[in-house]
Design a protein around this ligand. Structure first.
Ligand code: ADE
Length: 344
């Protein structure tokens, strides 16, 4: 339910939409593939989505509500864009934190056109009052709003156009059951193979008319954490180094030098990751160390450490999280050149 006189505000044109970003990153947008044929990787997900799209088109219905989950930067927004293009409809983009009040969501829903896609990024961060509006909208394409205040307040039911909700989250476990159950399909996006990332780099270089050696693209792919967004960002930086310090062509030498300048090592660890492993290895003798101690030692907040630094270190086998605290592995120590503590 929406506890505000939303309909009259809408008539007066005073409801302000929450930030609907169609253009979060102009650069990223220029590189986004526009159809399945140009989308590299996520083969199994793509195969299923193509079938679901064809079925929806055949029936003249919107696609079932879809949930994408997986790490950041691996193509959730891009796939949503492709879905909307495939079905010839619009894609409206917003995010969980941007929808502050139920009225924010209601304003978007009532302005959709039939069969449109609504993409909600970080859907696990929706407030419960906003999430509740979604339930009936997803199931029956209606929303219940409260008109007026105090004793004279009454509930009004509004129809919304039939639409497809695409939810995206990096934290599927934080999504409540009632919301998760309303998605017709849930797709897990995985990290990319290095060979796929290399193809993405070569494709992006082609679009941006960047001359890049095969070995250079391969090296960049290895340092991109299996993530297209990181690969494209590194490609841009290498272009800067190549254009300013060299003759414009991205060679293996340019990449090696460029990665060194950016303090990115051969596995894609950046300065903060390397510092984390060194501090844990040298200062705390390998651990175990609690999150708050690590955060204080790094001068970072706990969320940054837990969400931005640790997942990749754990995934790559450099770090272990135990009930007693964080422990650096032998692999982690050797990655940052700290002597094996057990051998001393
Ligand atoms: N750019 C970013 N992600 C991509 C992908 N999966 N395929 C092709 N180009 C991309």
């Amino acid at each position: 339910m929406i506890e505000e006189d939303f309909s009259s505000k809408r008539k007066q044109g005073t409801v302000t939409s929450p930030v609907i970003t169609d253009d979060t990153d102009a650069f990223e947008n220029t590189l986004r593939p526009q159809d399945f044929a140009n989308y590299i990787g996520q083969t199994e997900v793509k195969k299923n989505l193509k079938v679901f799209c064809q079925a929806a088109k055949k029936r003249g219905e919107p696609l079932d509500h879809t949930l994408f989950y997986g790490p950041p930067g691996i193509g959730k927004t891009t796939l949503s864009l492709i879905l909307s293009k495939e079905l010839g409809t619009n894609l409206r983009i917003t995010s969980g934190p941007a929808l502050e009040k139920p009225g924010d969501l209601a304003a978007i829903l009532t302005n959709l056109q039939e069969n449109d896609f609504l993409f909600i990024d970080e859907i696990h961060r929706l407030r419960s009052s906003v999430e509740e509006i979604l339930y009936s909208a997803m199931e029956d394409f209606v929303i219940d709003i409260v008109v007026g205040k105090g004793p004279s307040a009454r509930t009004m039911r509004l129809n919304v156009p039939r639409f497809t909700l695409v939810g995206a989250t990096t934290k599927a476990a934080m999504l409540g059951g009632p919301l998760k159950d309303r998605f017709g399909h849930v797709e897990r996006l995985r990290f990319y193979e290095s060979t796929e990332v290399q193809k993405i780099i070569e494709r992006s270089a082609g679009i941006l008319e960047i001359d890049i050696e095969k070995e250079a693209a391969e090296k960049l792919a290895h340092c991109s954490r299996f993530t297209p967004r990181i690969a494209n960002r590194l490609l841009r930086r290498m272009r800067d180094f190549a254009e300013v310090l060299h003759n414009g062509k991205i060679t293996l030498k340019v990449v090696e030098e460029g990665l060194d300048n950016l303090c990115i090592d051969n596995r894609g660890l950046d300065y903060a990751d390397q510092m984390y492993l060194k501090i844990l290895g040298e200062k705390f003798k390998g651990g175990p160390v609690g999150l708050s101690t690590m955060a204080a030692a790094m001068g970072e907040d706990e969320n940054t450490i837990e969400d931005m630094i640790e997942p990749f270190l754990i995934r790559e086998g450099f770090l272990q999280k135990t009930p007693r605290g964080r422990i650096v592995t032998e692999l982690g120590l050797s990655q940052v050149g700290v002597k094996n503590l057990l051998a001393v």
